[in-house]
Design a protein around this ligand. Structure first.
Ligand SMILES: [Zn+2]
Length: 426
C-alpha cells in the first residue's frame, strides 16, 4: 500500500526538529571557500544514511572536495535528480555577525543561524530528511537521486561541472535546491537564471616620466574615456521570449516585495528587459611617477535567458568603436550563443511540480527567474535535462552576514522534495 502525499506531509511535520538539527550539523562542518572542502559534510551525510541503511555513493576528483549521492529506488523506470551544494562562501567580517557564523544556533523562534543556512545547507537538510522519509515507504513510483555537490560557489569545478562532464549525473528531470522558494503563503518555482556575458576593455599607450606626461600616451585616460560607452549597453532592449513575459513580470513583482529606494526600483523594473552592466575590475598603472602604457577593465553583464548574446556583443563592439579610441579594444571571454537557461512553464514537469507545491502549501506557486547562476548551468551545458528550481533559502539571505533560515521553509521544501517522486508522471 502506497502512503498518500498527505500522510508523507504529516510524517515530515513530526521531523521538524530533525530538519533544524541536520541543518545545524551541516553548518558546523566547515565547507567555506577559498578552501571549499566538503569532506566533513560528506562524512556526516554518510553516517546519517549508514545508520538508516540507505545506499549512497561518493564521487570525487579532488580528495578534499567529495560529492555524494543518496539513491531512493522507485518501482517505475523514471528517475528524478535533486541537486544541491554543500560548499559555502566565506563568512566575511566576523563583527557583523551576532550569531557565530559556524555555530548552527537554533533559536526559539524557529530560526537556524549560520553561514550556509540559506545557501544552501537548509535545502540539503530538507533533501536528507526527504530521502529518509521516502526510503521508509514500501513503494515509491519514481526513483530519485539526491546529489550533494562541491564547488558550486566557484563555478562547479570539482562538483557539478565535473559530474556533468563525466555523465555521472543521470535522470529524466532535475530539481535544483538552490534559490529562494518564496514563503508558504506565496511560493515560487524557478524556471531558470540569467546568463553571464562579460566584456573586457584593453587600452594600450606609451610610458613616459610622470614629470613630462606630454611625451607619453596615457592608457588609463583612454580607458576611462571608453568605459561610459560600454555602459550604454544598459539601454539596449533585450528580446525576451513570449512564453517568459508573464514570468518576467511575476519575478519583478516578487522582488519588489523587499524594501527598495526609487533608484533601486527603477533598476529592478529594467532587470530582465535590458542587460545589467557593472564595472567590476579596473587595472592600470605601475608606479606613481610613470605614465601607464596599459590598462584594462572588466564588466559583468547579465542577460535574460532566451535573449541573444551575439547581438549584445555586436552592439558593445559598435559602442567601443564609436568612442573613437583605436588603441582600446574589447574582448568577450565567454562568447556563448545562449544566455543562461530556462525551461518552459508549459511542460508536464513544470505543472506537476507546481501541483506538489500547491499541495504542500495550500497556495499556487508563481514561476520566476533567478538573477544568479546555479549548478543547473553546468548540467545544461553537458546534459540536455529539464531543470526547475525549488529551493529553501530565505530571500536575500544568501552570502549576507547573520545568514539564517527557518524551520518553516525547511518543512515546506522537504514536503515538496518527498512528495514529487510520488506524483511525477512525466
Ligand atoms: Zn547556492
Amino acid at each position: 500500500m502506497m502512503m498518500s502525499v498527505e500522510e508523507v506531509f504529516t510524517h515530515i511535520e513530526k521531523h521538524r526538529r530533525e530538519l533544524a538539527e541536520v541543518c545545524s550539523q551541516l553548518i558546523q562542518r566547515p565547507s567555506a571557500h577559498p578552501e571549499g572542502r566538503t569532506a566533513e559534510c560528506v562524512t556526516y551525510i554518510q553516517d546519517y544514511f549508514d545508520q538508516l541503511g540507505i545506499p549512497h555513493e561518493v564521487y570525487r576528483r579532488n580528495e578534499e572536495k567529495p560529492n555524494i549521492v543518496v539513491r531512493v529506488k522507485g518501482t517505475g523506470n523514471k528517475k528524478i535528480m535533486w541537486v544541491g551544494h554543500l560548499d559555502v562562501v566565506p563568512e566575511g567580517t566576523p563583527e557583523l555577525w551576532t550569531h557565530p557564523p559556524y555555530g548552527g544556533e537554533i533559536t526559539e523562534d524557529g530560526l537556524i543561524w549560520g553561514r550556509g543556512s540559506s545557501d544552501m545547507k537548509g535545502a540539503c537538510a530538507a533533501a536528507m530528511v526527504a530521502a529518509r522519509v521516502l526510503s521508509a515507504l514500501k513503494e515509491v513510483p519514481n526513483s530519485i537521486d539526491f546529489w550533494f555537490t562541491a564547488d558550486e560557489e566557484v563555478g562547479g569545478g570539482d562538483g557539478a561541472l565535473w559530474l556533468a562532464q563525466e555523465r555521472l549525473f543521470d535522470g529524466d528531470v532535475c530539481i535544483i535546491g538552490d534559490g529562494s522558494p518564496g514563503t508558504p503563503e506565496s511560493p515560487a518555482i524557478d524556471l531558470g537564471c540569467k546568463g553571464v556575458a562579460g566584456a573586457r576593455l584593453r587600452a594600450r599607450g606609451r610610458t613616459a616620466h610622470g614629470s613630462r606626461p606630454f611625451l607619453g600616451d596615457n592608457a588609463l585616460d583612454k580607458l576611462l574615456k571608453v568605459i561610459p560607452y560600454v555602459k550604454q549597453i544598459a539601454d539596449y532592449p533585450l528580446e525576451v521570449p513570449d512564453e517568459l513575459e508573464a514570468t518576467v513580470a511575476a519575478t519583478i513583482e516578487y522582488m519588489m516585495r523587499e524594501e527598495f529606494d526609487e533608484d533601486q526600483q527603477n533598476a529592478l523594473t529594467r532587470l530582465f528587459n535590458y542587460p545589467s552592466v557593472t564595472l567590476n575590475l579596473l587595472n592600470g598603472g605601475v608606479k606613481t611617477n610613470v605614465v601607464p602604457d596599459y590598462a584594462d577593465a572588466y564588466f559583468d553583464i547579465r542577460l535574460t535567458p532566451g535573449s541573444n548574446p551575439v547581438k549584445v556583443r555586436e552592439r558593445i563592439s559598435a559602442l567601443v568603436k564609436a568612442a573613437g579610441e583605436p588603441e582600446v579594444t574589447v574582448e568577450f571571454p565567454r562568447p556563448s550563443k545562449t544566455a543562461g537557461y530556462y525551461d518552459s512553464p508549459n511542460t508536464p514537469f513544470a505543472r506537476q511540480l507546481a501541483e506538489v507545491v500547491e499541495k504542500a502549501t495550500g497556495n499556487q506557486p508563481i514561476y520566476k527567474l533567478l538573477t544568479g547562476g546555479t549548478d543547473a548551468v553546468r548540467i545544461k551545458q553537458f546534459i540536455d535535462l529539464p531543470c526547475l528550481g525549488f529551493g529553501s533559502s530565505i530571500e536575500a539571505q544568501a552570502h549576507s552576514p547573520n545568514e539564517h533560515n527557518s524551520v518553516e521553509l525547511l518543512d515546506m521544501s522537504c514536503k515538496v522534495y518527498a512528495a514529487f517522486p510520488l506524483i511525477y508522471k512525466g
